[in-house]
Design a binder for this molecule. Structure first.
Ligand SMILES: *[C@@H]1O[C@H](CO)[C@@H](O)[C@H](O)[C@H]1NC(C)=O
Ligand SMILES: *[C@@H]1O[C@H](CO)[C@@H](O)[C@H](O)[C@H]1NC(C)=O
Ligand SMILES: *[C@@H]1O[C@H](CO)[C@@H](O)[C@H](O)[C@H]1NC(C)=O
Ligand SMILES: *[C@@H]1O[C@H](CO)[C@@H](O)[C@H](O)[C@H]1NC(C)=O
Ligand SMILES: *[C@@H]1O[C@H](CO)[C@@H](O)[C@H](O)[C@H]1NC(C)=O
Ligand SMILES: *[C@@H]1O[C@H](CO)[C@@H](O)[C@H](O)[C@H]1NC(C)=O
Ligand SMILES: *[C@@H]1O[C@H](CO)[C@@H](O)[C@H](O)[C@H]1NC(C)=O
Ligand SMILES: *[C@@H]1O[C@H](CO)[C@@H](O)[C@H](O)[C@H]1NC(C)=O
Ligand SMILES: *[C@@H]1O[C@H](CO)[C@@H](O)[C@H](O)[C@H]1NC(C)=O
Ligand SMILES: *[C@@H]1O[C@H](CO)[C@@H](O)[C@H](O)[C@H]1NC(C)=O
Ligand SMILES: *[C@@H]1O[C@H](CO)[C@@H](O)[C@H](O)[C@H]1NC(C)=O
Length: 458
């Protein structure tokens, strides 16, 4: 532990000589001590190892700051990043703002450190960005820039700011999953084809849409980051998810605070070997696996996930797994997932596993059930209080009759509700789950919903 903290402070304190000693990514992340009461019931995961290159000296490259909020330095930023590439450090100074108003393809990187102590601010020229961006077909995602290559470190006390207010205002009344939606909004940070990416200490503010989207990448680490999205008016910062991923192997998030308007953390199709520890979420839609199984004929997998020590305030969901059902959806599996040590406060659905996503009623879901298998999912040590929007329900499991849903295991789920004792409902799960769980249409299941409190979570 001492060694870990020492290495972390060296990293944070010495911008130009960082990584001058051989360290792996793991040494940068102070991990909480482990309890072993539950040993035997779950796989305690760990972060992926990745050895970033070491240098005795990294040359520094500086970039002029913007003079005002329209002074676009995107061309200079690209040139400076190219100059710092292959062993150097790009320095963005504290107290300075660097305005980016042009899309940037940064997928050429190889061994670079960005010492970000200042602010990177995107322009809010909606017409420009909707015409100039990088597009990914998964849920019609667009981005201002894309980072890729190998061994990329972005660290410091600085901020990446998406200037989201104009986007929140422009998007008001629309819906991201509406197939007819053409009002696309950029994600704040996108990596594509990256191997070895460490983001340490940075604040991500006011993303127009998802905050981080990681695509076809390996060995991604976030430590000690803050993610915030707040609107100054009634137009919500919608779909500002903390993390989304697609075809990623090795995603580690430690010591993060998230204050946004959608999923706090939500790996999407083909994300494997996930490790999350010490996550604080406020006003979110929870720590969600998926959604997966959205696209007809496409196989999506989420596997080998370990999530530990999560605080969930004012949230629609706590721990959630979501798979699509409906006419012409896809298939896949979620397997080997552990959620441990969750503390809830004002959460509508503290623990929800559903194979009836998205926006589909139970008749329609029964007609076109999900083809996503869900197996080996463990929930341990949940405490705190629900919002009461689901009455006395704290756990809801809705499995598909058309897919595997087995080896779902719960232990020490000890939450309360504003109405007293909690009730769990389970539909369609194969085998026991380790706790008493009634059918949602049983007398107890229906009685649990007799009195509810309207949700205050959006
Ligand atoms: C912003 O700074 C640029 C570059 O110095 C300058 O050309 C422009 O006039 C400034 N705009 C405003 C509104 O001050
Ligand atoms: C990522 O890698 C794939 C496969 O090599 C390539 O086809 C694709 O163009 C790359 N994408 C980007 C944005 O570099
Ligand atoms: C759990 O996470 C919180 C941050 O949300 C942190 O303050 C606390 O120290 C963590 N607990 C342990 C045992 O590390
Ligand atoms: C949590 O989010 C609510 C809005 O959902 C906000 O009013 C409150 O200030 C936030 N709390 C913290 C500690 O950020
Ligand atoms: C996920 O991985 C599987 C097998 O590796 C592949 O068949 C499938 O096309 C991938 N899905 C996506 C969405 O890329
Ligand atoms: C399950 O996932 C954990 C990581 O969370 C991993 O350590 C373990 O080996 C996986 N189990 C199997 C059977 O693959
Ligand atoms: C889902 O389970 C069925 C039955 O065991 C199996 O045949 C199928 O291959 C599984 N699908 C995936 C994507 O693992
Ligand atoms: C259960 O979770 C709480 C809150 O995160 C934690 O303090 C406690 O140590 C956990 N208990 C066990 C046995 O791991
Ligand atoms: C369920 O959804 C289908 C398709 O949108 C609709 O036709 C049907 O009326 C709905 N049923 C109920 C009970 O709401
Ligand atoms: C679930 O875990 C068990 C034990 O590790 C393993 O044998 C089984 O194959 C897993 N299920 C799936 C679908 O991988
Ligand atoms: C409850 O739902 C199950 C199917 O999930 C059905 O077989 C059963 O008849 C229902 N019971 C009542 C009382 O509606």
């Amino acid at each position: 532990m001492k060694l870990t903290l020492t290495l972390l402070s060296v990293l944070l304190a010495a911008p130009s000589s960082i990584l001058s000693k051989p360290v792996s990514s793991n040494a940068l992340i102070p991990l909480a001590p482990r309890t072993n009461k539950y040993r035997g019931h779950y796989n305690p995961g760990g972060p992926r190892h990745h050895a970033f290159p070491q240098h005795h000296h990294r040359r520094e490259v500086h970039l002029r700051a913007s003079r005002n909020e329209t002074d676009d330095v995107a061309d200079e930023f690209l040139a400076a990043l190219s100059e710092a590439n292959c062993g150097g450090t790009l320095v963005l100074k504290k107290g300075k703002t660097y305005v980016l108003g042009k899309k940037l393809d940064l997928t050429f990187l190889d061994d670079i450190v960005v010492q970000l102590d200042g602010q990177i601010l995107f322009t809010d020229d909606i017409a420009y960005w909707q015409a100039n961006n990088f597009f990914h077909p998964f849920q019609n995602s667009i981005t201002f820039w894309q980072w890729g290559g190998k061994d990329i470190v972005i660290k410091g006390t600085g901020e990446i700011n998406g200037n989201g207010q104009a986007w929140y205002d422009g998007f008001a009344g629309r819906e991201i999953l509406d197939p007819n939606n053409v009002y696309l909004r950029p994600n704040l940070f996108t990596a594509v084809n990256a191997t070895g990416l460490l983001i340490d200490g940075i604040t991500f503010r006011n993303s127009p849409c998802w905050t981080n989207f990681l695509i076809t990448s390996k060995d991604i680490f976030y430590n000690n980051v803050l993610i915030e999205a707040q609107s100054t008016n009634a137009n919500l910062p919608k779909n500002t998810d903390g993390w989304d991923s697609y075809n990623v192997d090795g995603l580690t998030v430690t010591n993060a605070r998230v204050n946004i308007g959608d999923d706090c953390f939500s790996p999407k199709p083909n994300t494997t070997n996930i490790f999350v520890q010490n996550l604080w979420c406020n006003g979110t839609h929870g720590v969600s696996m998926g959604s997966i199984g959205q696209y007809s004929g496409v196989m999506d997998i989420i596997e080998n996930v370990y999530i530990e020590n999560v605080t969930m305030h004012n949230s629609q969901n706590g721990a959630r797994l979501k798979a699509w059902a409906g006419e012409s959806t896809g298939y896949g599996r979620m397997n080997n997932i552990t959620y441990k040590d969750f503390v809830m406060d004002n959460v509508d659905y503290p623990l929800i596993l559903t194979q009836c996503y998205f926006n589909i009623n139970s008749t329609e879901c029964a007609k076109y059930p999900s083809e996503v298998n869900i197996s080996n999912v463990t929930f341990i040590n949940f405490t705190g209080e629900s919002s009461g929007s689901r009455g006395k329900l704290t756990v809801e499991v809705i499995c598909s009759p058309n897919a595997v849903c087995e080896d779902i295991y719960m232990e020490d789920i000890e939450m309360t509700t504003p109405f007293g004792d909690q009730v769990f409902t389970c539909d369609g799960v194969t085998g026991g789950i380790g706790v008493d769980c009634v059918a949602s249409n049983s007398t107890e299941g229906l009685a649990a919903l007799a009195t509810t409190i309207p949700s205050t979570n959006l």
